[in-house]
Design a binder for this molecule. Structure first.
Ligand SMILES: NC(=O)c1ccc[n+]([C@@H]2O[C@H](COP(=O)([O-])OP(=O)(O)OC[C@H]3O[C@@H](n4cnc5c(N)ncnc54)[C@H](OP(=O)(O)O)[C@@H]3O)[C@@H](O)[C@H]2O)c1
Length: 259
């Protein structure tokens, strides 16, 4: 029996590249996205594997429930939480419906899909979850001059990093592995869909991002950063996080005490 992977946001970009590579590697697939015609077109050109298409809007409770139901009942070996939207905007200008859409697709949907999939994966003693975040997750300390305004998007990526790291530790020894994938700028439809032209910016290809993810899984990486040459930089950042975490005390720090 083939391995079974579910990929969200498989209609373009990184998700499509995951689906292509996984099909080439002999995985049966459940592919999710809103653009039904693209899902069907993918299935039509991949008769070598079984492809189930699921047209679902992961910004809605119905869409999330439908896909979570599949995660809970199908014997997934791999779940790729990839669907995403950018909505780069200063918070005060970000319409409420766009803020909710972003958080639903990038935070709520991955959470509910992981929650649904992890039960069976643990029972079967094997499984892999890949959450597609991005390097912006690490940009929180950047000054105003350096960064575009995109606090909700950046926050959603940081959620995926912390969530994946903590879940990975929680699942240690169960046979279930978690990776958070953190690309930099990738040549996909992501920016053009919101009217941005990044064709002049050096960009990685979606195929390269997928190759890094799969190799990162072989290397046992929880955090996979395809464009970061010196992996020691990431280790140092996480060690610094842990040092600050471990430095807390129940006593009020001196700088907060009344003079
Ligand atoms: N491109 C970059 O520079 C970059 C960098 C770092 C991280 N990322 C992350 O990579 C992931 C994939 O993005 P991409 O670059 O491949 O962009 P993309 O080409 O725009 O693909 C986004 C995918 O998400 C799906 N999607 C969006 N909203 C959805 C919804 N409400 N319900 C279901 N599916 C939805 C889209 O499918 P439908 O429109 O058919 O629904 C599409 O398949 C994103 O999560 C993004 O945060 C991208």
């Amino acid at each position: 029996m083939n391995k079974l992977a579910l990929v969200t946001g498989a209609t373009s970009g990184i998700g499509r590249a995951f689906a292509e590579r996984l099909a080439a590697d002999g995985h049966d697939l459940v592919i999710v996205g809103r653009r039904q015609e693209r899902l069907e077109e993918f299935a039509a050109v991949h008769p070598e594997v079984e492809v189930r298409t699921v047209a679902a809007d992961l910004s809605t409770a119905e869409g999330i429930d439908a896909v979570a139901g599949i995660c809970a009942t199908e014997p997934l070996t791999l779940l790729v939480n990839n669907a995403g939207v950018a909505h780069y905007m200063p918070l005060a200008e970000l319409p409420a419906d766009k803020a909710a859409e972003l958080v639903n697709v990038k935070v709520l949907a991955p959470t509910m899909l992981m929650r649904a999939a992890v039960v069976g994966m643990q029972e079967r003693g094997e499984g892999t979850i890949v959450n597609v975040s991005g390097m912006i997750a690490f940009s929180g300390a950047a000054p105003r001059s350096q960064m575009p305004r995109r606090a909700v998007y950046g926050g959603s990526l940081a959620y995926l990093v912390a969530m994946s790291q903590i879940l990975s530790a929680e699942l240690a020894g169960t046979g279930v592995h978690v990776q958070v994938l953190c690309p930099g700028v990738v040549a996909t439809e992501f920016h053009t869909r919101q009217g941005m032209d990044l064709s002049g910016v050096p960009r990685m290809t979606a195929d390269e991002v997928v190759a890094a993810s799969l190799r990162g899984l072989e290397l046992g990486e929880t955090v996979c950063a395809p464009g970061v040459e010196d992996v020691g930089l990431l280790d140092a950042a996480f060690q610094a996080d842990l040092a600050a975490f471990g430095a807390q005390s129940p006593e009020l720090a001196a700088r907060y005490r009344a003079a």
